[in-house]
Structures are given as structure tokens and as C-alpha cells.
Ligand binder design. Structure first.
Ligand SMILES: NC(=O)c1ccc[n+]([C@@H]2O[C@H](COP(=O)([O-])OP(=O)(O)OC[C@H]3O[C@@H](n4cnc5c(N)ncnc54)[C@H](O)[C@@H]3O)[C@@H](O)[C@H]2O)c1
Length: 258
């Protein structure tokens, strides 16, 4: 119950899905958590759920695609938390468009949220950790789309491919300060994001079933947000303090079929 006792964590995109499950798990394990989400209502909902369980949480509404605001929000969250030990870069945007249809603005919006915000939040968090003289753990949530290529997912996939390399480069530069940087690669996880664009839930279920039946998910089912959160807890708690620049794949085996 106290793997994160006295730890302070920022989790982006914790108003929903994987981020929400991670914030709730970290809080249940003793951490104070700051939720950064562009959806103020759902961010506060997560914070309220945590507080009602007797733990500590604060929600900050911010569009992380705005780099200046993203950096300010990390500093504001650190102040509210009274320190910083953990950052989970999780908020991401998916726009389903083919390369012939996507506008330059849409392309930029995806990269701003899914790549530039990860870099800016990681850098500001590491600056705060160094200023406070604390070691730290930064976790970047990537995706199987770093390798999986499907039509109409190019901008998202490009951003996720970049996260894999960003993680390794951050790990090299932050290692001298005992700040570790690792990533998690989720597969098909049941969250609002995985309700396939333009499909209702029944059609999404059929889509998942077709993935499983064609042998593309060896464990035979979609994953749960709590299963990704469990991997984040392992990295956040630094139970293996000798890991940096590594990737934990949480995908039911999908990547091994590629
Ligand atoms: N669900 C999946 O199948 C799946 C698979 C692989 C990877 N992932 C990754 O997991 C992470 C979480 O995804 P999820 O499925 O929980 O998504 P979700 O849509 O359920 O939640 C994403 C949250 O991020 C917030 N957000 C999005 N853009 C933002 C921005 N610019 N500024 C601030 N907040 C923003 C949203 O408001 C939302 O609360 C993402 O990085 C996603 O790419 C998800």
C-alpha cells in the first residue's frame, strides 16, 4: 500500500483512461498526485475520486500542445505538490487521417501534443528535480504504433516512433542526475481513445475480435488501463533502480507478431 510513500507525481492526461488509472494507483500507493489535462472537468473528476479515497490530488487544466503553458503547468504542479519525484507523460491526441487528407495544422497539433509536450514536460520536470536535489523517474507512454503501420494513423504513429528515441536520448542526458527515463508501449487498451474513430462500441468490439481472431493479439483480448498503470508503478517506484532508457511492452504479445 505504500510503494510511493512521500513521493510526488505529475501525470498528464489523467482525466481519462490509462492516465486516470495510473493516478488512482499511484495515490493508493501513497503518492501525492497532480493531474494535468486539457479537459478540466474530467481532470477534476479524477482528483475528486482520489481525494474521496482519503489521498491527495490536485487537477490543473492545461492544453499541453501549447508548449509555454505545458512548462508553466509542470512548475505550478511542483509547487502545489511541494516537490517532484515522478512524471508520467501520457496525454496524447489521435487524429484519424490519411496523408493525402491531413492538414498541416492537424499534423502539427498531433506532434505538439504527443512529442513536443513530452520533451518540454520532461525537461522542466528534470530541472525541478535537480533544483530540489531529488532523484527522479520519468515515464513516457508510447504505443505499438511506434512499429505498427496502419492507414490513417500516420501523424500519431510518427509521434510514437519519435517517443521511443526521445526516451533513450533523455535517459542519456539525465542519467548523471540520477533521473531515469523509461517508456511503456501499450497495445490495444480499453479506453475512450481505443473506441475506433467513427465506430460505435459494438463495431469497436467487432474490430477487437477480428484482431484477436487473426492471431494479432496472442493473449486473446484487449488490455485494461489498470494493467498499464501496474507497469508505470513498477517504473515510478524504481524497484529496479538500474533501469533507464528501457521500454516495457504491455500489449498481450501484439508486437511479437509484427
Ligand atoms: N488506448 C489504447 O489502446 C492505447 C494504445 C497505445 C498507446 N496508448 C497511449 O496511452 C496514452 C493514454 O491513452 P488513453 O487511451 O488513456 O487515452 P484517453 O483518450 O482515454 O485519455 C487521454 C487524456 O489525455 C488528455 N489530453 C489529450 N490531449 C491533451 C493535451 N493536448 N493537453 C492536455 N491533455 C490532453 C485528454 O483530455 C484525456 O483525458 C496515450 O499516450 C496513448 O497514445 C493508448
Amino acid at each position: 500500500m505504500s510503494r510511493l510513500k512521500n513521493k510526488a507525481a505529475i501525470i498528464t492526461g489523467a482525466g481519462s483512461g490509462i492516465g486516470r488509472a495510473t493516478a488512482k494507483l499511484f495515490a493508493a500507493q501513497g503518492a501525492k498526485v497532480a493531474i494535468l489535462d486539457k479537459n478540466g472537468e474530467s481532470g477534476h473528476e479524477t482528483a475528486n475520486e482520489i481525494v474521496s479515497e482519503g489521498a491527495w490530488a490536485v487537477a490543473i487544466e492545461v492544453d499541453l500542445a501549447d508548449g509555454v503553458e505545458a512548462e508553466k503547468a509542470v512548475t505550478k504542479a511542483t509547487e502545489a505538490l511541494g516537490g517532484l519525484d515522478i512524471l508520467v507523460n501520457n496525454a496524447a491526441t489521435y487524429i484519424a487521417r490519411g496523408f493525402f487528407e491531413i492538414s498541416r495544422e492537424e499534423w502539427q497539433k498531433v506532434l505538439d501534443a504527443n512529442l513536443t509536450a513530452y520533451f518540454l514536460c520532461a525537461r522542466r520536470a528534470a530541472q525541478e528535480m535537480r533544483r530540489l536535489g531529488r532523484e527522479g523517474s520519468i515515464i513516457n507512454i508510447g504505443s505499438v504504433h511506434q512499429r505498427l503501420s496502419e492507414p490513417r494513423s500516420g501523424a500519431y504513429a510518427a509521434s510514437k516512433g519519435a517517443i521511443a528515441q526521445l526516451t533513450r536520448n533523455l535517459a542519456i542526458e539525465f542519467a548523471p542526475f540520477n533521473i531515469v527515463v523509461n517508456s511503456i508501449t501499450p497495445g490495444f487498451i480499453r479506453t475512450p481513445m481505443s473506441v475506433v474513430d467513427g465506430m460505435d462500441e459494438t463495431r469497436t468490439e467487432r474490430f477487437i475480435k477480428s484482431y484477436v481472431e487473426s492471431g494479432r493479439i496472442p493473449l486473446g483480448r484487449a488490455g485494461l488501463p489498470e494493467e498499464v498503470a501496474a507497469a508505470a508503478l513498477f517504473l515510478a517506484a524504481r524497484e529496479c533502480a538500474y533501469m533507464t532508457g528501457a521500454d516495457l511492452v504491455v500489449d498481450g504479445g501484439l508486437m511479437i507478431t509484427l
